[in-house]
Design a protein around this ligand. Structure first.
Ligand code: BGC
Length: 725
C-alpha cells in the first residue's frame, strides 16, 4: 500500500495521466547529447513542455542544468492538472563534471570502497546539475571481450561484479534518499546483456538457466540488496524471449522471488524493438507484451502513451495492473522527496558552487592511479627516473585529450582533462629530457611519423609508447571482431622496437586486448584503460614511481582474439591440456588456451611472499565456517599493496564446476619487510551453485582452496564440506 498522497492522486488520475507517468522521454528542453542514441520519436523543447503540462511525461532523461530543470518542474508542478513532479534522469556512469575511470578500470582496483566514493562524488555533482536519477551502474558480466560494453561493468567475475554493483549503488544513493545529493541508481541491463552470442551487440542470448542464475543475475541481486529502486531491462532476448517482455524475468523472478518493489524502465525503445525481434506483431502487441510482462516504464518509443489507454479500455490490460505500475513510479518520486520538494536538486546556486569541486580532482587522481595495472616490468624498467634519463614519449595518445574520458561520458568538464605528456612533464626534474612524438594517428599512419618516432627513440634512454584503442571502440554498439591495436599503431611499435631501446607500453583500452609482436614483447606493459579527468597525473604517478601500482586484471588478457569468449572460471573439460601433452586436448591448433595475463594478475614495484594457507579445520560443518589464514610479507624494498585473492574449486559435483572461482579478496598495504596475517572466512553459501534441477545448493565433498595473487597462481589445499547431520 502506498501513501495516502499517492492513493489519492491515483484515484483522481485519468487513464491518460496514468499512462503519462509511465513515459520516459529525451529531455529536449535542456542541453542534450543526442548522438548517444538513435533518433526516435524526437520532440522539440516546446513539445516536451507541452507534454509535461498535459501530464503525459513521468520522466525526462539526458538533459542537464538546474535553472532549466526548474522551468520543467514548474510546468509539471504548477501548470499540469495534478501537479505531479517529473523525475529527471541521465546516463551518469562514471563521473559528471569530474570524470573517474571507466567502471571496468575502476574494478581493476579491487576496491569496492573506492567505487562507492567515486559514485558518491558523481552523485554530488549530478544532483547539483539537476539530475535525480542515473541509469547506472551497469552490472553486466562480460565474458567476451569483443563486446563493447564490458567497459561499463566490472569485468568477467561474479564476486567482483557483485561487490562493485553494491558499492556503486550505495555511492550513488548515499545514506538518505531524500538528501539533496542522493542520486537514484539503476542496475542495468536486466539481464544477461553481456552474454550476447559472439560478443555482438544486440545479438541473441542462448544460455543455460544455471549460467544465467550463477553468473549473470547475482550482480543485480547485489545491487537491489544495496537499495536500488529501479532496474533497466536489456535489449537482448534470453532463450528466445526478449528481456523487455520477459514475464519470467521481470515478474516471476524480480518481483516474485526477489521481492523487488521498485520500477522497471525499458532500455531505449526496447519495447518498440519487440516488433523487430519478431516477438510482437505491431506496436499495440508490443505494448501489451512488454507491459504485461512487467515493464513499468517505456523509454522514448512513445508506445505506452499511444497504445496503453486502448489496451486498458479493451480489458486486455487490467486497470489494476496499470495502477500498480503508476503507484511504483509515484513511490519512486516520493522516495526521493519530490512531492515535498519538487525543486530538490534544482538549485542554480548549488550548481555554480559545485561546478568544480577541488576535492574531486584529488579523488579522480586517486581512483585513476589505483586502477592502473602493471602487467609486466622486466629489468625494472619502471619506474622511470625523474632525473638524468632521456625519455621519448611516442604514440597517438601521448598528447591526446579526446580519448581520456571513455564511453558514456556526457557531461565531463573537458577543460580539466590532463593528457599524459603534461602529467609526465610536471613530474620530471628536467622536462627538457622528455621528447614527445605522435608517430601515427589513432588509426592511420602520419607522413614521416615513423621516422620521427624512430629518431626520438634513438636519442632516448627509454621509450614510453602510448598506444591503444580510440575510446569510441568501446561502449554501446562497439563490438569488435578482433581485440587488437589498430594496424598503424602496431606498425609504429614494431619500428620503434627495432631501435633496441627499452620499451614501456602504456595502453588505453576499454576491454582486455590481444597484444602481439613488439607490444607484447615490450619490457613493461601498463594497462591504463580510460582514466578520466586526471589521466596524465595518475599515469605519471605510476610511471615515475610516486605510486606503486596496486590494481589487478578484472578481465583475462588472452593470447589471441580467437580465444573469445575467454574467462578464467570456465567449467572443467574432460580433456584438459597438461604440461607436455597437447594432442587431443582442449587447446587451439595454433596456441594453448592459457591467458597471456590471467584474471587477477598485476605487479607492483615491490614483491610479496605468501606463506602456506592455514585452515582452522579441514572439515567444514554444513552450518559452520572455515577460517583460512595466510601470512603475507612485503619482501621488496618499497611499500606496496597486494590484492589477496581466495579461489575455490569443487572437486566432484552433480554439475561440471569451474576450474576455479573467486570467492573473496582484500587489498593489503605493507611497508617493506612488513608481514601480516590475512584471514578469510568461508561458509556453505559461498560453495553453492545452481543444480540441474534449477535449485541452488552446495554439495558435501572435497574442495580446493587457494589464497594467492591471481587466478593462475598459488598452491591449493583441500577441505571437506560435511553433509548435514
Ligand atoms: C543504453 C542504456 C542507456 C539508454 C539511455 C541505451 O541505448 O543501452 O544503457 O541508459 O540508452 O541513454
Amino acid at each position: 500500500m502506498a501513501s495516502d498522497r499517492i492513493e489519492s492522486l491515483l484515484a483522481r488520475m485519468t487513464v491518460e495521466e496514468k499512462v503519462g507517468q509511465l513515459g520516459v522521454f529525451a529531455d529536449m528542453v535542456r542541453p542534450f547529447a543526442p548522438d548517444v542514441n538513435p533518433e526516435a520519436n524526437v520532440r522539440n523543447a516546446e513539445q516536451v513542455l507541452e507534454q509535461v503540462r498535459a501530464g503525459r511525461v513521468g520522466s525526462l532523461f539526458n538533459g542537464v542544468g538546474a535553472e532549466a530543470g526548474r522551468r520543467i518542474q514548474q510546468v509539471a508542478v504548477e501548470e499540469s492538472r495534478l501537479g505531479i513532479p517529473v523525475i529527471l534522469a541521465a546516463d551518469v556512469i562514471h563521473g559528471m563534471r569530474t570524470v573517474f575511470p571507466i567502471p571496468l578500470g575502476e574494478a581493476a582496483s579491487f576496491e569496492p570502497e573506492l567505487a562507492r566514493r567515486t559514485a558518491r562524488a558523481t552523485a554530488v555533482e549530478a544532483t547539483a546539475a539537476g539530475i535525480h536519477w542515473t541509469y547506472a551502474p551497469a552490472v553486466d558480466i562480460a565474458r567476451d571481450q569483443r563486446w563493447g560494453r564490458g567497459a561499463e561493468g566490472a569485468g568477467e567475475d561474479v564476486v567482483l561484479g557483485c561487490a562493485f554493483a553494491a558499492a556503486r549503488v550505495r555511492g550513488f544513493q548515499g545514506d538518505d534518499l531524500q538528501a539533496a545529493d542522493a542520486l537514484l541508481a539503476t542496475p542495468k541491463h536486466f539481464a544477461a546483456y553481456g552474454a550476447v552470442a559472439g560478443g555482438m551487440e544486440y545479438a541473441q542470448v542462448d544460455i543455460s538457466p544455471q549460467t544465467l542464475r550463477d553468473v549473470h543475475l547475482p550482480p543485480f541481486k547485489a545491487a537491489l540488496d544495496a537499495g536500488a529502486l529501479a532496474v533497466m531491462s536489456a535489449f537482448n532476448d534470453i532463450n528466445g524471449v526478449p528481456a523487455s517482455a520477459n514475464r519470467w524475468l521481470l515478474t516471476d523472478l524480480l518481483r516474485g522471488q526477489w521481492g523487488f518493489q521498485g520500477v522497471v524502465v525499458s532500455d531505449y525503445t526496447a519495447d518498440m524493438e519487440l516488433v523487430a525481434h519478431g516477438y510482437a506483431a505491431d506496436a499495440r502487441d508490443a505494448t501489451a507484451k512488454a507491459f504485461l510482462a512487467g515493464l513499468d516504464l517505456s523509454m522514448q518509443s512513445g508506445f505506452y502513451a499511444e497504445h496503453l489507454p486502448a489496451l486498458v479500455e479493451s480489458g486486455q490490460v487490467p486497470m489494476a495492473l496499470l495502477d500498480d505500475s503508476v503507484r511504483r513510479m509515484l513511490q519512486l518520486k516520493e522516495a526521493i522527496g519530490l512531492f515535498d520538494d519538487p525543486y530538490r536538486s534544482l538549485d542554480p546556486a548549488r550548481e555554480r558552487d559545485h561546478s568544480h569541486i577541488a576535492a574531486h580532482d584529488a579523488l579522480a587522481r586517486e581512483a585513476a592511479r589505483r586502477s592502473v595495472v602493471l602487467l609486466k616490468n622486466e629489468e625494472a624498467v619502471l619506474p622511470l627516473r625523474k632525473a638524468g634519463q632521456k625519455i621519448a614519449l611516442i604514440g597517438p595518445f601521448a598528447q591526446d585529450c579526446d580519448n581520456i574520458e571513455g564511453c558514456w561520458t556526457l557531461f565531463g568538464d573537458q577543460s580539466r582533462y590532463v593528457p599524459l605528456d603534461v602529467g609526465l612533464r610536471t613530474r620530471l626534474a628536467d622536462p627538457a629530457l622528455l621528447d614527445v612524438v605522435a608517430g601515427c594517428a589513432l588509426e592511420a599512419p602520419l607522413d614521416g611519423g615513423i621516422e620521427q618516432a624512430v629518431a626520438a627513440a634513438r636519442r632516448a634512454d627509454v621509450v614510453v609508447l602510448a598506444l591503444g584503442e580510440p575510446q569510441r571502440y568501446s561502449g554501446e554498439a562497439q563490438s569488435r571482431v578482433e581485440i587488437t591495436l589498430p594496424a598503424a599503431q602496431q606498425a609504429l611499435a614494431e619500428a620503434v622496437a627495432l631501435t633496441g631501446k627499452p620499451l614501456v607500453v602504456v595502453l588505453r583500452n576499454g576491454r582486455a586486448l590481444a597484444l602481439h609482436g613488439a607490444v607484447r614483447d615490450a619490457q613493461a606493459i601498463v594497462v591504463g584503460w580510460y582514466l578520466g579527468t586526471q589521466t596524465g597525473h595518475a599515469l605519471a604517478d605510476v610511471l615515475c614511481g610516486d605510486y606503486s601500482p596496486s590494481a589487478r586484471l578484472p578481465v583475462s588478457f588472452p593470447q589471441h582474439s580467437g580465444q573469445q569468449p575467454y574467462f578464467y572460471n570456465h567449467p572443467r573439460t574432460g580433456r584438459p591440456e597438461l604440461p607436455g601433452m597437447s594432442e587431443f586436448k582442449a587447446r587451439w591448433r595454433e596456441i594453448s588456451n592459457a591467458p597471456l595475463y590471467a584474471f587477477g594478475h598485476g605487479l607492483t614495484y615491490t614483491t610479496f611472499a605468501y606463506g602456506p594457507p592455514q585452515l582452522d579445520t579441514t572439515q567444514l560443518e554444513w552450518d559452520g565456517e572455515l577460517e583460512i589464514t595466510v601470512t603475507l610479507t612485503n619482501t621488496g624494498a618499497v611499500a606496496g599493496e597486494e590484492v589477496v585473492q581466495l579461489y575455490v574449486h569443487d572437486r566432484v559435483a552433480s554439475r561440471v564446476r569451474p576450474v576455479r572461482e573467486l570467492k573473496a579478496f582484500t587489498k593489503v598495504a605493507l611497508a617493506p619487510g612488513e608481514s601480516r596475517q590475512v584471514a578469510f572466512r568461508l561458509d556453505r553459501r559461498q560453495l553453492a551453485f545452481t543444480g540441474a534441477d534449477g535449485q541452488c545448493r552446495a554439495e558435501p565433498g572435497w574442495f580446493d582452496v587457494w589464497v594467492c595473487a591471481s587466478s593462475a597462481s598459488g598452491e591449493a589445499v583441500g577441505f571437506e564440506l560435511l553433509a548435514p547431520r
